[in-house]
Design a protein around this ligand. Structure first.
Ligand code: CMP
Length: 141
């Protein structure tokens, strides 16, 4: 059975542009509940750790530089089928290919600065949630 949690980050450019309120409102309107949330500025070391699965990719350096450039919002979102539904909801990694009305279409600039991150599997959602949040920082219904 698919898991009920996914991890999102609102990326630095979207926070800097003042879009975190709009993005969070869209997430809540889409039926996700927020189980944990924080604003944090990642160090380069932390960004590299978070995106370690991409360390062989050519975009790893620029991506981790960008992600440690300013504050982000990290949140654990809860909903049935959370990982898949959230990925559909935010749109394609490349904002130019994202469907109209998706967060990445509305707020993304390019493939790196694509407004939000979403976990790509239930397994990674758990790892990513543990990266940002202790048990005490999570709200349970
Ligand atoms: P995100 O959901 O944060 O997960 C991994 C990130 O890598 C992805 O969003 C993009 O920002 C980035 N990414 C993936 N593919 C590319 C690419 N081809 N060029 C630049 N960045 C990429």
């Amino acid at each position: 059975m698919a898991g009920r949690e996914t991890l999102t980050m609102i990326k630095p450019h979207a926070v800097e542009n003042g879009n975190m309120g709009n993005i969070l409102a869209m997430i809540l309107d889409a039926g996700f509940t927020i189980k944990a949330i924080k604003m944090v500025k990642l160090s380069l070391h932390q960004a590299k750790e978070f995106y370690k699965i991409h360390e062989e990719r050519e975009f790893y350096g620029p991506l981790t530089e960008f992600m440690s450039n300013g504050p982000i919002i990290a949140a654990i979102l809860e909903k049935d089928n959370a990982v898949e539904d959230y990925r559909k909801f935010i749109g394609s990694t490349d904002p130019t290919k994202a469907e109209e009305g998706t967060i990445r279409k509305l707020f993304g600039k390019n493939t790196r600065e694509n407004a939000v991150h979403g976990s790509d599997s239930d397994e990674n959602a758990l790892i990513e949630a543990d990266f940002f949040f202790s048990k005490m920082e999570r709200y349970y219904n």
